[in-house]
Ligand binder design. Sequence first.
Ligand code: FES
Length: 108
Amino acid sequence: MADSFHRVLSAAEVPPGTKKAVQVGDRCILICNSNQRLYAISNICTHAEKPLERGRMSATWIACPTHGARFDLATGKALNPPAVKPIATYEVRVVDEWIEVLIKEVAT
Ligand code: FES
């Protein structure tokens, strides 16, 4: 299967300063509207696999609500312990008022 953009939400559903979790296949993705742009990141913290969707979001990062690790919204990099591994990030775009996320299929 080829890489493809998946329509996940209308742009109006994620106003500035908010975030919303969506499921795309087996991936749980968090759409974040912060710093005047959209980000799409994995909703699952790499420390103990807890969801990030209720975490505090600042301009460029989100904090895990469970133990406080922060992740860069653009790169997914873990910014402080206890997480050390990055979270996945996804290319995101808006087409006709719909938010679309690029899912790259892993060759098997
Ligand atoms: S589960 Fe996220 S920091 Fe522990």
